[in-house]
Design a protein around this ligand. Structure first.
Ligand SMILES: C[S@@+](CC[C@H](N)C(=O)[O-])C[C@H]1O[C@@H](n2cnc3c(N)ncnc32)[C@H](O)[C@@H]1O
Length: 332
């Protein structure tokens, strides 16, 4: 059987994965060799990039883009978050990368310079360029309380924040706590469709968490190297859960009109119906959608093809249609 990864690569990848899973990655700087960063960048970070793609697609579909022209990628690792932001928004002129690892900053800088020769790219101390977009990715589980508090002080100076984390219960709950802490300074742009306290914080919703699923590019499933990576690491490559939070300084008009809902996770299928966990200003609640009431919407939700934001149409407390946002497609 052909092996697509050599022993040394697999040992390094396994070491990284174990550290991330055990939650011990915060203990000390773990980047030892540029080769480790390159390996990470082509594998774990690439999967993180697909989550960023989903987030940026959602923001773009809403017509949202950062007002600033300067980005700071804090805890940059190999720099995937900063590069995704630059690729999405060509009006961005400068990228600063920060990490506790000098090796990571060097890797992230070199890679971003190669991909974006017209963008000004620098190492940063842990400070923000004035008026910047702060991007954060998969750092929250590595930060002890004191470091997280310092990071939130830094975040308060940003104009906009895009923060993407793993879709675990623990990391989503940490991100919800961040939202609640920063609510006095920022408006929530996404995934939240409202500015009230997070509906996940009620006792009834304690078992739930705010997470979503990204779709990896379909071609990876025809790619033997990716398939081998999934097998060797014990990762189901189809599943890409993530949580995220996008914040901006309050503007004259709120980020979204009233009355919208954001789906959470994947709908649960029952006999002839779906249970949809939905977040809206009134709180987080599970709604039923019967197949016979809206077959097209039912199919789209079941296949994961439906957009994340909806203006639900209800009859007798059940969803019977959705005026999708921002399109005005309605089915009832
Ligand atoms: C799991 S990696 C994520 C890297 C990158 N943001 C991504 O999404 O691929 C976490 C990164 O946070 C960095 N980090 C951890 N604690 C930090 C701290 N206190 N200050 C700055 N960077 C830190 C690590 O060195 C590492 O590069």
């Amino acid at each position: 059987m052909i092996k697509y990864w050599n022993h040394q690569e697999l040992t390094a990848l396994r070491r990284m994965r174990e550290r991330f899973l055990a939650g011990t990655a915060g203990a000390q700087d773990y980047w030892r060799l540029p080769e480790d960063l390159a390996l990470y960048d082509g594998t774990f970070a690439e999967r993180i990039g697909w989550k960023w793609d989903a987030v940026l697609r959602e923001l773009t579909a809403r017509g949202w883009q950062p007002q600033t022209r300067h980005v700071l990628d804090w805890g940059c690792g190999s720099g995937v978050a900063g590069r995704r932001a630059l690729a999405q928004w060509p009006h961005l002129e400068s990228l600063a990368v920060h990490d506790r690892s000098a090796l990571a900053m060097r890797f992230a800088t070199e890679k971003a310079r190669a991909d974006f020769p017209n963008v000004h790219i620098v190492h940063a101390s842990s400070t923000l360029p004035p008026d910047a977009l702060l991007v954060l990715s998969h750092v929250i589980s590595e930060l002890p309380a004191r470091d997280l508090a310092a990071l939130l002080d830094l975040a308060r100076q940003a104009r906009e924040v895009i923060w993407v984390e793993a879709g675990t219960h623990a990391d989503s709950r940490r991100l919800i706590a961040v939202r609640e802490t920063l609510r006095d300074t920022f408006s929530a742009v996404a995934p939240c469709t409202h500015q009230r306290a997070c509906g996940m914080l009620t006792a009834k919703n304690a078992p739930h968490w705010c997470h979503h699923f990204a779709a990896p590019p379909p071609e990876i499933f025809q790619n033997a190297r990716w398939m081998d990576f999934g097998r060797e690491m014990g990762i189901d490559l189809r599943s890409l859960p993530y949580s995220f939070l996008v914040l901006e300084r309050p503007r004259a008009t709120p980020p979204l009109p009233d009355g919208l809902a954001h789906m959470i996770g994947e709908p649960r299928e029952g006999k002839g119906h779906l249970k949809v966990l939905s977040c809206q200003a009134e709180g987080v609640a599970e709604f039923i959608l019967q197949k016979r009431d809206a077959p097209k919407l039912y199919r789209a939700l079941r296949k994961g093809d439906a957009p994340p934001v909806h203006r639900w149409i209800f009859a007798d407390g059940k969803i019977t249609g959705s005026a999708e946002f921002p399109s005005s497609d309605t089915e009832s």
